[in-house]
Design a protein around this ligand. Structure first.
Ligand code: FES
Length: 125
């Protein structure tokens, strides 16, 4: 990894579809880029749990348990407003918009600066 921050032109915008992902290697650094609600997000492809390739896991909407007034479960549903990345090694989930595990903010993917301009996606390392 370089000593100073460098901007890398890594992909065309259309290579990262809505609710999609692109994993690229920038030198020896693996980076995952995601798109949700039109916005792009980038993270180091290293899970904070045990170092798994978190960015290569399943992409799903957050699962919520629906409770009635007595706090009894009424079943599960997908939250269309929250998208998670699921690490393929042990299943920790991370909010794609901030990289944080929803149950324990100590588990957080390392976010990278990402800019989309003129149909290209640029990541800073
Ligand atoms: S390494 Fe990602 S959940 Fe364990």
């Amino acid at each position: 990894m370089p000593d100073t921050a460098t901007v890398f032109n890594i992909a065309a915008s259309e290579e990262v579809a809505e609710q999609g992902r692109l994993v690229v290697d920038i030198g020896s650094v693996s980076v995952g880029v995601f798109r949700f609600k039109g916005q792009v997000y980038a993270y180091r492809n290293i899970c904070p749990h045990q170092g798994g390739p978190a960015c290569q896991g399943r992409i799903i909407n957050r699962v919520r348990e629906n409770l009635n007034e007595q706090k009894m479960s009424q079943g599960l549903s997908f939250d269309k407003d929250v998208m998670h990345i699921v690490c393929p090694w042990h299943g920790l989930e991370f909010d794609v918009t901030n990289g944080i595990h929803p149950g324990d903010s100590a588990y957080k993917l390392r976010a990278l600066e990402v800019v989309e301009t003129d149909g290209r996606i640029h990541v800073t390392l």
